[in-house]
Design a protein around this ligand. Sequence first.
Ligand code: BES
Ligand code: MN
Ligand code: ZN
Length: 481
Amino acid sequence: MEIEFVAADAALPARTVLARVIFEGEPADGALAQAIAASRFTGGKGQVLDILAPSGIGADRLVLVGGGKRQAFDALGAEHAAASAYSAVKASGLEALRIELPDGPDLAARAALGVRLAAYRFDKYRTKEPADKKPSIVKTQVGTSDPEGALAAFPPLAALADAVSFTRDLVSEPANTLYPVEFARRVKALERLGLEVEILGEPEMTALGMGSLLGVGQGSVRESQMVVIRWNGGAKDAQPIAFVGKGVCFDSGGISIKPADGMEDMKWDMGGAGAVAGLMHVLAGRKAKVNVVGILGLVENMPDGAAQRPGDVVTSMSGQTIEVINTDAEGRLVLADALWYCQDRFKPRFMVDLATLTGAVIISLGNDYAGCFSNNDELAGKLLAASGVEGEPLWRMPLPEAYTKQIDSMIADVKNTGGRPGGSITAALFLQKFVNGLPWAHLDIAGVAWKKPSSVPTIPDGATGYGVRLLNRMVQENYEG
Ligand code: BES
Ligand code: MN
Ligand code: ZN
């Protein structure tokens, strides 16, 4: 998608759709009023009215998008309005879209971001899509009184859109193509952006004593990998901050195998690692002034003669032993070693992990909110604040010490399941045993990494890229000088 910022009164190019934001309760003029009166369009948020060949406007087509109440219209509103306009006309046959917005700092740039995010598609495996089903809009112009200002504000947002697309591509990719080694290779290629990427294979992880992570991958013919990504944009010896992602490239459940229905969804069980990779992508893309470590634990969880069994006891890098009650509670086993390794090697100021960890979080919070579990109120507060600004909903969940008895093992230091009550909480309490007292937050993104159908204009159906925006904002607002 080509993006341009133009003066609000610039002439419209040929074959352009004009999109205009209409606010609730504000009367429209003349011909528009007539079109609106013939519909149920009121200017409410998310509404769209498509008008063909409008007279006296100079455009071939006009879409009205509801902006809600004018006083409440903010940068997120601009993103959503622009994204809705794009989605309504993307396959109209016209090639250009011009968006008219009210003026305001940042609004034009955020509208452009909205279009970039809405225009994402994962179409590499479609070989027979009819031309008239493909999007036709290839250029978007955002009209503003300050085109230079908008253009200057846009590069970090373009970097963000690139990173979200990178994450969505990883999450959408099926598991026969995206297995741990291939995931690591795609991350390694980000060195072109200035990131440092180190890849640990099974021999290195064995030497480090990562019996918990390695146990998950041992039933797969695909080699497990740990990827260490570093962005050093801060002062030379400044302590880094760290992000850790669950990267289960396919989760069959292992010997505790999942039911067939919906198992295909488990290709996106690497959404946490995908988000951390996307975060590192945007930090490098906008040259953030901060030192950040990203760690990905990449495995495939498969049943096989070599697979681990329910009842096996593994020894984690921390030295703690784990009784594997259910091989389908594998994400926490991967994160146990990834978190321990992260704090042991990098001594970060804090760690945030992202994981499609539990079905239970979907039961408690549904498909819009991710769950936030943290041993540190300040860290949780920063994450929740960033979540609001970026429109990636997050809700704090408790970590009651008393529930840890649910994961006491009869024969080992801990077991990997805590039963059905509070399933996402006992999963988080398990992780907490591997953070060595560091400030830490765990985002359970099982409900939000994939949306079908999507309820958000900037998110097409499928991989959302959840987490990239939230973490990017959280880093930007708090840790860049
Ligand atoms: N990857 C799943 C969690 C999941 C479920 C993500 C549905 C997205 C959609 C995870 O590895 C898992 O299988 N968790 C089990 C844990 C249980 C065995 C204690 C679950 O939630 O059922
Ligand atoms: Mn599982
Ligand atoms: Zn899983």
